[in-house]
Design a protein around this ligand. Structure first.
Ligand code: NAD
Length: 338
């Protein structure tokens, strides 16, 4: 029944809400990973009033794709811990309220990194070969054996610019190694040591140089106030003609309208996008009808492997915290500004 909440167990074990409304096969994994040491609360509809009612008596909440808002937090009188199922907490939690209420916030390092890095490589290859367009046209009876020949490119020999050399950016660099690319990266907080830079053929540079000299630009940084539309119209205009943009980080990093126009006028060759400013994108988002885009529905970390690893780590950490042991992968929100 819509709005009803599924509860497992009824003891004084920590009561943990899984905030997203998910299909039953995902709930099966959640239940399996939760075990019987927590009192698990699952939503059986995507009803926000029911969600606020559900969180009221919960000790912890697990945040995945659905954003934890100030309204949820106002209803969550007993909440001690917000556990993100992944790493992208900046834009999926009202972290200012979490900080002001001294609620703990932890993220999950297991799981997402390899999955997103693999997806990024797939988007790069697919965007360079116009894979979605070729597939869609073939199904309509169009055999583009020559039509794409002068537009498709190989990855080998290209300069790939990685914006954000964190966990995922680094694994993308590792996976580019066999492709024979030249790498550039920029990151205000990370500088690889010289031996690693040499091994990966990756060189640190500034944002402007990376933008103007890369054949493929790939985004692996968080969405924050300071990075919203970091790939603006002005920056897109400064990208190398014929270059490719990959975004498996967050949609809000890119001015989608400007990207669409740059692809349509041929300034950029193609784009591979797993994420959108609004998710799911509205029907009138021009990128949906742009044949130069490879689009996926925010599934870069959406593998069964990643789900199982992430949930196992989440519940281990939740149990550890409520057993009085130190919380792992806690975000120190009092040091966070952006
Ligand atoms: P991370 O924290 O390890 O790395 C992010 C890096 O970005 C950091 O090194 C940081 O210093 C750098 N950075 C911050 N501001 C920057 C700027 N202005 N310019 C350049 N670099 C900057 O995080 P991660 O695990 O590598 O994840 C990166 C992002 O990927 C997450 O924030 C999340 O939004 C996104 N993500 C997407 C999916 C998906 O399913 N598509 C899954 C997981 C993560």
């Amino acid at each position: 029944m819509a709005g009803e909440i599924q509860r497992t167990g009824s003891t004084n074990r920590p009561r943990v809400l899984y905030l997203s409304h998910a299909p039953e096969d995902i709930y099966d994994v959640v239940r399996r990973m939760a075990g019987d040491e927590v009192d698990l609360v699952l939503m059986d509809s995507n009803d926000d009033a029911a969600r606020c009612a559900a969180i009221a008596d919960c000790d912890a909440v697990i945040v995945a794709s659905y954003r934890l808002t100030g309204t949820h937090l106002a209803a969550a009188k007993k909440l001690q811990l917000v556990h993100h199922q992944g790493v992208g907490w900046h834009d999926t939690t009202d972290w200012q309220t979490i900080r002001d209420r001294d609620i703990k916030l932890a993220i999950t390092l297991s799981g997402s990194t390899i999955s997103v890095a693999e997806h990024t490589l797939m988007l790069m290859l697919a965007a360079c070969r116009h894979l979605s367009h070729a597939d869609a046209e073939l199904r309509k009876g169009k055999w583009l054996v020559n039509a794409l020949r002068t537009r498709s490119r190989e990855v080998m020999g290209r300069t790939v610019g990685i914006i954000g050399m964190g966990r995922i950016g680094y694994q993308v660099a590792e996976r580019l190694l066999p492709f024979g690319t030249t790498g550039l990266y920029c990151d205000p907080h990370v500088t690889l040591d010289a031996a690693t830079e040499q091994r990966l053929n990756m060189h640190k540079t500034d944002f402007d140089t990376l933008i103007s000299t890369s054949d493929i630009v790939t985004l692996h940084l968080p969405l924050m106030a300071s990075t919203h539309n970091i790939i603006s119209k002005d920056i897109i205009d400064r990208m190398k003609p014929g270059s490719v943009l990959i975004n498996a980080a967050r949609g809000g990093l890119v001015d989608e309208g400007a990207l669409d126009l740059a692809l349509r006028r041929g300034h950029l060759q193609s784009a591979g996008l797993d994420v959108f400013e609004g998710e799911p994108p509205s029907d009138d988002n021009p990128l949906l009808a742009n044949p130069a885009c490879i689009l996926t529905p925010h599934i870069a970390a959406g593998t069964r492997d990643a789900l199982e690893q992430k949930l196992a780590a989440v519940f281990d950490n939740i149990k550890r915290f409520f057993d009085g042991q130190p919380l792992e992968n806690e975000i120190n929100l009092h040091q966070h500004q952006d």
